[in-house]
Each structure stands twice: as structure tokens, then as C-alpha cells.
Design a protein around this ligand. Sequence first.
Ligand SMILES: [Zn+2]
Ligand SMILES: [Zn+2]
Length: 576
Amino acid sequence: MFLQNNEIRDLLNQVADLLEIRDDNPFRVRAYREAARVIEQMTEPVASLVKANKDLSQYRGIGRDLAAKIREIVETGGLEQLRRLRQELPVSLLDLMQVPSLGPKKTAQLYKHLGVASLEDLERAARRGQIADLSGFGEKSQQHIIESLGRVKKSGEKRLLWSDAAVHARALEEYLMDIEGVRRVRVAGSFRRGEETVGDLDVLVTCGRDREKDVMEAFVSFEGVKNILSHGKTKSSVILRPGLQVDLRIVAQVSYGAALHYFTGSRAHNIAVRKLAQDKGYKINEYGVYQGEKRVAGKTEKEVYASVGLTYIPPELRENMGEIQAAADNRLPALLKRSDIRGDLHCHTRRTDGHGSLEEMAHGAIAMGYQYLAVTEHSQKVAMAGGLNEKQVLQYMKKIDAINEKFSGFRLLKGMEVDILADGRLDLADSVLAQLDLVVCSVHYQQRMDEKKQTERIIRAMDNPYCHILGHPTARLINTRDPMEIDLEKIILAAKDRGVILELNAQPDRLDLPSSYCKMAAESGVRIAVSTDAHSVENLELMENGIAAARRGWLTRNDVVNTRSLSELLRLLRRP
Ligand SMILES: [Zn+2]
Ligand SMILES: [Zn+2]
């Protein structure tokens, strides 16, 4: 059994959660969380490191004790300690933490005082009003729990974040490509369209006819497979360990393009394309484009589109949201590419809640091929992360100046991620903000206000002449926290009037601004910053996530500010 890094991460986090619920030593809890975080950010599979007998305690954040636990996980697929904790505490307690406002501490309280051990118990206690009386909860949080429960239940079978699905998709692709006789492997479906979350993987393979049986055999014995749903000649289905279903189909070379188009979807897009074909007297299915009995196209996707008079449509746009007309008129946008990106405009260092030093982050950015990286620490309001006050900001700026002396052709931009206070004022004095290269303004507190008040709060923040970028505008966390109640159309127009840039935050569970609003913003003439919000050097690579989301939002190089050279960017940052 070969565990992926994110699976090991999840196991370590489960231990941390259960230890914390049990009110165990906080240092021990932190050791597990820290190790989970380090593993999440490793680019190499931990399982390979263990198998090569590498000493994991060499990684900062992994102590001796945790290195041994990780080895145990890799070698046995589990952890004795986790098994013991699960016997001691009801496993269903972990479900409670799907409710966004419930962390281990509150879960422990509910369990101890009200005997709440499952989502059903939680709902009952909330409806009876028992939670409001518990210290640290109150009427409002009880109401919030009831509202969240609806969503938790709805999302019952959880879809994986795109980036988590990508780990499995890549491992599987690599494995299949290594099988003798395999020519092409392609993951289609919502994964290929770059959707925020992925429910299952549709894999297409081409290979020599005589190899089909062996390919299917190899697929169902992939080490990530938990159970086999079906095992056929040209189609098999399995469930991978995180509960992800994978359907693999072997397709003929001549049908490859038609099959790829068919299984990539979306449904709405495919229906619209089939309709065009009908109008021309063709029929399109997963095997090809047909005129009567004769196959006229289907070897490549490009051929399929050409047969109905369209230019090739990138998968991220296939939602029947105007892409077909745009392709017919030959005016599809030239979507943002990795090579367009010149820098990153949002990151944290060890000074607040990041994990790299200024120098390490700078070298990381240089290795990405960037001309600039904006360091945007938290402001004082975020006390938990050690946010900076005015005096500390000025000191930190000096430190950045000193480091910049060492570089030519690269610059750390002096920035801050300033909190937007409840009334829309910013968390730092204008006199200090005026000295920074760049200011990202974000909401981290009081995310639940009514729509009118919340929208006014954000627009007031944008009124400040030093607000350059609105950070993670909706504050949603995919699968765990709803977006704030805000009037995004109004905010987009306000950003346009004030020359404020909107952020597309590339953290896998944020992807905020959501793609559909990226499109709306760009159409209104608002510029977007695709930023990683990196908290470590490895995190800088999340840019890939951001680009996938930007492409779904139809964004081009021109719409995105961090495609500009340093001098152009600095000119852009001067507010009118
Ligand atoms: Zn933030
Ligand atoms: Zn941030």
C-alpha cells in the first residue's frame, strides 16, 4: 500500500484532533499538526523517502517521535495510537468538526457537558436550545450550528478539492504510462475542466489491442485501490482510498478525440456541440463524428470541433457559457498561462504565520522565475498570528530594504495584508500604509454580518486611497465555510470606480474570487491579481491552482496584474 502525502497528512491531523478533544498536552498536539503541515507541502512522496530510509527528522517541523510515527504509517498503513484513540473516543466526534465553527476544543465541550458525540446528537441539542446555554457558545453560535448542519448533511459524500484530486490523478497517470504498450493516458471529466472540487476521475487510455487485458489487470491492482467495482474488457471502475471513484476506459486510437471530448464534458457543452452537428447533418458520439455510417472525424478533439465549424475550445471553458459562440466567431480569449506570470503579490514569512524567512521566500520566488514577490504580513488585528503594528511595520520595511540590496533583477515588494475592521476602516494608519509598495486589504474577522452592512464595510475599505488589492474577497473556504453575504456585483463596480484590484487567492480551499466572478470583473474592466498567499516556499507553487481557476474565469494575460514587469506593476499600483 502506497499512501499519498495528503492521506498521511489526514491521519496525523486526525490524531491531533482526537488528542485535542481529549485535552492532551498542547505541545504534543502541535507536533502532529506541524508534521501534517510539513508533509502537505513536500513535493516528494513521503512514502518514497521512508522506503529509501531517509531520516525524516531532518525536515524542520518533524521531530524524532513524529518521524517514527510517519514511518509506522507508511509501513503499516495506519497508526497504533490512532486505533487506541478511536477506541477511547467515539469516532463520530470527528464528524462534528465538519461544522465550521466547531474545532476540537468546542467539540470536547459539547461531548463532555452535553454528551454530543455525533451530528445527530448535535442537531438534537441545538434544536432543544441546550447549546446556547453552554459557556462559550450562546444563542448566535447555536443558530449558526443549525444553519451549517444543513450544509454538512447536504455535502454528505464529500467532493475532493481539485488539488487533492490532482495528487491521485498524477500518481495514477504516471503508473498507467509505465505499463507496457500504453500509448496515451488522459484524465478527462471535471478534473480536466479544472473544477474547484472533483467527484470522480474519468481516465481514458489508448494501447495496442493485444495489451488491453493486461492494462485492465494492472489498473485494478494499482496500489491506491480500496475496492474494485467492476473489471471489464474495456471499462473498469475502482474506488481509491480517499473514497474517490475512478472509471478507466480503453478507447481506440481513431476515437480518441471524440472520447476525450465526450468524457470531458460538461454535459451542457456537449449537448450544445451535438446540436450544431445535427444542424450540419452529422452525429457525434464517444466514438466519432458520423455522416450516416461513415466516420468523418474523431481522432483528435480539434477535428471534432472543426467538423462543426468551431476552433478548439480549452477544457476550462466548456460550460456552455458563451464559449461556443466565441469559438464560432473565432474570438476565444487567449487564456492565462504559467509563463505569463512575473511575480506573486501575497505571501507571509516567519515574522507572522508563515514558515520561511524573507531570504528563503525571495530565493523561492527567484526559482519560480519571478521578478518580484510582495511580502504581505498580517496586521495587528490578527494577534493570533503575531500581526504587526505600525512601529513593527516600519522596522520590517527596513529589513526588506537591506535584503533587496543583495538582488539585481529581483525585488521583494514591501506590502501588508491589512485587516478590514468591522466598520470598514483599515487596521494600520494611513501614514504607514503610504510608505508601502502594496497593500492587500482582507476580512478575517466578523465574517457574518448582513449583506448590506458587509458590502458597505468592504466598499469603505476600498475608499481608502492606499487599498490596492482586495484579498480573498468572499472569505469562503470550499467544503467548510460559506462565502460572506456580500453584493459582489456592487463590489466589482466599486473596485472599478476606485481602481482597486481584486485578488484571486490560489489556496486550494479558497480559490477566491470564484471563477464566475473573475469573468464578470474582467468584463467590467477590473484587474485581477492571481496570488498564492504562500505561507512557505513550497506554497509558491500553488500558482498552478490559481492559473487553473483564472482560466475557468476566462482571464487573459491582460486581465491579470502580476503578468506585468516590475516597472509596469508599480505604475499600475499608483491609484488614480
Ligand atoms: Zn488573509
Ligand atoms: Zn494572507
